[in-house]
Design a protein around this ligand. Sequence first.
Ligand code: E4P
Length: 220
Amino acid sequence: MKFFIDTANLDQIRQAQDLGILDGVTTNPSLMAKEGISGEAAVQAHYRAICDIVDGDVSAEVIATDFDGMIAEGQILADLHDNIVVKVPCTADGIKAVRWFTDHGIRTNCTLIFSAGQALLAAKAGATYVSPFIGRLDDISADGLNLIEQIRTIFDNYEFGTEILAASVRHTMHILECAELGADVMTGPLSAIMGLLKHPLTDAGLAQFLADHAKAAAEA
Ligand code: E4P
């Protein structure tokens, strides 16, 4: 399972990278805005800065919503760095754009996926990744994890090469559940990743080991 971090915050990306477990980064316009990044030049410089930190795929989202605009913007983003994956919303123009990018050798992440049908269309168009938003489904009393399971079954039935990128992961259990269901990738906040480390018996066991070591050293 690949681990992506879902942020545009460079410090958090560095922290995840330093752990040695990071496979990539996803961003979106809201995450860029949260870091105060705006304007074409600043956005592009920020994507380059992210690509300098992590040796893995970095999703960069188009702002345009029409086919021609997405193609123009996506080409500029893809030219920024070899690791850029163009993130395109799952709309009719978005699916057409995914097909165009696929045919022109540009990798894509089809985002804002909330149904298996949308994922199927994106895979048919050749998307590199589909991003089902599990947290946002949970937010409205739907079952985000069930969507991951459905998409896994469909992609396995037809051996689609498109990877399932579980997005809108909100907490540590989401990561584990996505791993059990066979999501290829998860993208989530640093806090959810760090949560995987936590266990009180690890802390207690380590404290005991150190206390015993100190006692033996004092007695020697
Ligand atoms: C995915 O690529 C999105 O950026 C992200 O996972 C959305 O997460 P949210 O629902 O927590 O905003």
